[in-house]
Ligand binder design. Structure first.
Ligand code: FE2
Length: 436
């Protein structure tokens, strides 16, 4: 019998303080103040720190991660050079090397409290090497990390010879989401046709859809409109995600207003990837230089589920990153100017509850009966977690502690000043917050 786990004196994301949570048989068995510790239970004193459901990444590329510099770096910093570079690297990949790098990334993820990842996997390869490697990784990490795989035709479902057949093969090998990249097809018409055919394929297999969609500064790239249309036509509401959607940044406001309403009507989810959008988009601009991220607050206001994804870590598209979803959310917050207290909370939700909904995770949360997964953050609120990119003091999965970290602490040697630095000190007066 695994031991019970009691977490004492936690603050929860909804603001409740002094809460105890008892994990038994992998689930939260009791949540409330003043719980007694069962005999033999492991006890963690949260000491008032924030206990959150774990981070979830709705958009990642685990087959490319940690390959930065192989076989060379992306000199222009553009999406298109990244795709070319990945194409050069593909023939040199081995299943073992891809799996080894992916496993190393999953270690980082766990230590950061990131316990569910939706990863695209490139299927434009006759060997389907990355698919086989990531299916094996999925099996190995299953006890501690939920990995969902998307069949992603990186070189274009129609543009790349044989890609549709390879995509179906990947689904037969157990890949569970249908991907796409309509803006990378040869023509706008081909892009629209790819969206239609991929949505029909997903409907026939009863699978969700998650497409790279309109990842360009070109405001004429409107494939998400087609995605919303086919979602509605095929009855796929709630099962379809448009990822990136960066062209929306540059669209005419009148058209964007119509589009956002269409997306809301069709029940399409949206994923922005702030670290990648801010660095890959605007590369053809002089000044002013566009930010490139999609219209996050407007999409949220329309009732669309919006998540922030990490997308890349140390790969042909992005040389930085460390599986830190607080860094991702912090960048999203800044780029979208979501600095109000309520807006900051929504940014925290964009790396927790929102992506959990997009991935369709069952039993996600801190309520009784949910799976006993959580991350203890060295912060007193979601906003403070974002501000400090708080240390992950403990990471729990199914009631078992997977990772511990000592609280971050700095000591001063300054005459007349206290020796401990308190980064959680609150402002002396509650600030006015007209932004809400
Ligand atoms: Fe991506």
């Amino acid at each position: 019998m695994p031991r019970d786990l009691l977490i004492r004196h936690a603050t929860l994301p909804d603001g409740r303080r002094g809460i105890d949570l008892l994990a038994r048989d992998g689930r939260w068995a009791a949540v409330g103040p003043g719980l007694a510790a069962p005999e033999g239970a492991e006890v963690i004193d949260a000491a008032g720190w924030l206990l959150s459901p774990p981070f979830v990444d709705a958009h990642f590329h685990l087959d490319a991660t940690l390959s930065h510099g192989l076989p060379r770096v992306n000199a222009s910093g553009t999406l298109l050079e990244g795709i070319r570079l990945w194409g050069e690297l593909k023939p040199m990949l081995t299943e073992e090397a891809v799996a080894e790098r992916a496993m190393a990334y999953c270690d980082w993820a766990v230590a950061r409290g990131l316990l569910a990842i939706r990863s695209h996997v490139d299927i434009c390869d006759e060997r389907l090497l990355a698919v086989r490697a990531l299916r094996e990784v999925q099996r190995r990490v299953a006890p501690y990390l939920t990995l969902q795989l998307v069949a992603f035709p990186q070189d274009g479902a129609l543009r790349s010879p044989g890609a549709m057949a390879l995509l179906e093969k990947a689904l037969a090998l157990g890949v569970e989401v249908v991907g796409g990249i309509p803006h990378h097809e040869r023509t706008m018409a081909d892009g629209a046709e790819s969206v239609k055919r991929l949505c029909e394929l997903a409907a026939a297999h009863g699978l969700p859809v998650d497409m790279h969609c309109d990842e360009t500064d070109d405001p004429a790239s409107r494939h998400v409109e087609t995605l919303a249309f086919h979602t509605q036509r095929l009855g796929l509401q709630g099962r379809v995600t448009g990822s990136h959607l960066t062209s929306m940044h540059s669209m005419d406001n009148a058209y964007a207003a119509k589009l956002v309403a269409l997306m809301a009507d069709s029940g399409v989810h949206a994923v922005a990837n702030p670290l990648i959008n801010i660095t890959l988009q605007g590369r053809y601009d002089g000044y002013p230089r566009r930010r490139g991220m999609t219209r996050v607050p407007e999409l949220m206001d329309a009732g669309i589920t919006v998540a922030f994804g990490h997308d890349c870590v140390m790969d042909p598209w992005y040389a930085l990153g460390s599986a830190d979803m607080l860094e991702v959310a912090s960048m999203g917050l800044h780029v979208a100017q979501m600095t109000g207290q309520a807006a900051q909370r929504r940014c925290f939700e964009a790396v927790t509850t929102n992506p959990a909904r997009i991935l369709g995770l069952q039993g996600y949360g801190l309520d009784v009966g949910c799976r006993a997964d959580a991350v203890l953050l060295q912060a007193r609120s979601p906003q403070e977690a974002l501000r400090l990119r708080a240390a992950r003091l403990a990471v729990v999965r199914g009631g078992a502690v997977l990772s511990r970290m000592a609280p971050a602490e700095a000591r001063l040697s300054l005459p007349g000043r206290p020796d401990a630095v308190d980064f959680t000190r609150q402002p002396s007066a509650a600030p006015e917050d007209p932004a809400g």
